[in-house]
Design a protein around this ligand. Sequence first.
Ligand code: ADP
Ligand code: MG
Length: 230
Amino acid sequence: MDDAGHVLQVRRLRKSFESDAAPVRALRRVDLTVGAGEFVALTGPSGCGKSTLLNLVAGLDVPSDGEIVLDGVPLADLDESARARLRRRAVGMVFQFFNLLDDLSALENVALAVAIAGAPRRAAELRARSLLDLLGLTARAAELPGVLSGGERQRLAIARALANDPTLLLADEPTGALDSAGGFEVLELLRRLHGAGQTILLVTHDDDVAAAAQRTVAMQDGRVLAEAPA
Ligand code: ADP
Ligand code: MG
């Protein structure tokens, strides 16, 4: 967090993708601030630039122009390996299709992420068990992801995203592959994590999903349209 209490500051952000025809201007000038402890939903129709923005914030790609300050650190000051280190320390990310390792048990999926975040093996397993506990998955620890329900899989992916105790939890359409019960389960969980102090930036094209957040930021055609409390 920086002096102003902001976990994330995005200023005049632009991102274009080169293509054979004209470049695709995915982000045209985005400003966004997320304060410590906030739960913000970024909404807008498919193709408006939401995932592009999230990937830039996570340091997975670099902007064409503009500035991202994450956890007080301007990303532009970092080379690729320093960006990866900041990401491992400060960011947790959840995807629509879970991205779990199918050959590892629920516990191993989380323990691996804790180990990658720097914990020794024994400590990693203990922390993984406490994360499964927190997310109500203790009874599923030994199962492979393939036998879990959709909602359980996404809860597991969230447990993994929390492995490094991230400053900012990013979620890109986390309910997009779930039925309504599974989606509800995941949104309740995100609300509970927010209640416990977790800062969350959620991306969704679904206004009902966005309503779970504290504040909504609407995007269209690579721009932020308006901000409103949810
Ligand atoms: P959203 O997540 O809101 O659906 P995206 O951020 O995925 O939107 O995409 C925004 C625009 O950028 C779209 O026109 C998309 O086709 C384009 N785009 C996204 N990623 C790439 C890429 N890697 N190369 C070229 N175009 C891309
Ligand atoms: Mg997207």
